[in-house]
Design a protein around this ligand. Structure first.
Ligand code: ADP
Ligand code: MG
Length: 241
């Protein structure tokens, strides 16, 4: 079962992973109210669908005043968004997420998923974030870093540091990165995730690491242990067939 970005970011925040401030909205009025509450000067209005590639498909709008937030929300809500990851029919946009705009210096790719061949959770990272990771894997496989986590030992500090250095982090960013990765691993295990993806994890102009996008997939077979997560299911995003 997949979660929406806004639901995933709430869970990230619960685990101490830095995310931009934001509010979910089901109407243009709610979006405008959310923008007022956040304060400017830049907001990002993001279509909430169970698919990536929203940015390139017009589902992520960067705006600079509250009237534009309202416009962006009303242009998205009630429409269907077609991205590279949806079928030709796209997915319905029932909600938008209104969040504060971040000043981006670097975009990193980071994810955790199960490597079934190894029988271990794999951390995959790349300095070539923000782009399609599939494309990076195909054209520049050397830019993809990966470590496998031993289930009995868990994520080891040296593994996190190795990735941090491989991504080019120095100074306090090494500590920020390892703290984020540790929290993501803890989340993955405790919530019975099948995928946790941050694309992009950004370095802000001020030098801080922030999860700018968030995608969590939950192992549906484990939902009986997580009634709180089961309640987040959005059947409008699922294909009944
Ligand atoms: P998707 O992966 O579905 O395209 P993202 O959340 O990754 O959606 O957003 C696409 C791009 O939009 C990001 O790579 C980033 O450049 C920009 N973006 C998203 N959220 C913000 C934000 N809060 N502030 C500034 N830029 C953003
Ligand atoms: Mg993304």
């Amino acid at each position: 079962m997949n979660l929406h970005e806004y639901q995933s970011k709430k869970i990230f925040a619960d685990y101490g992973i830095p995310v931009p401030a934001g509010h979910v909205a089901s109407s243009a009025d709610e979006a405008a109210a959310a923008a007022e509450k956040l304060g400017g000067p830049v907001w990002v209005v993001k279509a909430q669908v169970h698919a990536g590639g929203r940015g390139k498909a017009g589902g992520v709008k960067v705006v600079r005043d509250v009237a534009a937030v309202r416009e962006a929300a009303s242009s998205l809500i009630g429409q269907r968004l077609v991205t590279k990851q949806t079928g030709a029919e796209g997915l319905p946009i029932g909600k938008v997420y209104v969040e504060s705009g971040s000043a981006i210096a670097r975009e990193i790719y980071l994810s955790l998923t199960l490597d079934r061949d190894k029988g271990r959770i794999a951390v995959v990272a790349s300095a070539a974030g923000g782009m399609d990771i599939e494309e990076v894997a195909e054209k520049e496989p050397e830019k993809i870093l990966s470590v496998a986590i031993h289930p009995a030992v868990g994520l080891e500090a040296y593994q996190a540091r190795e990735l941090a250095f491989g991504l080019g982090f120095t100074g306090k960013q090494v500590g920020e990165f390892t703290a984020i990765l540790k929290a993501l691993y803890k989340l993955y295990i405790e919530q019975d995730a099948s995928l946790v993806e941050v694309n992009p994890l950004i370095v802000t102009d001020a030098g801080n690491l922030v999860a700018l996008d968030a995608k969590i997939g939950i192992d549906s077979n484990a939902l009986f242990r997580h009634p709180d997560l089961a309640a987040l299911r959005d059947v409008s995003q699922e294909d009944a067939i």
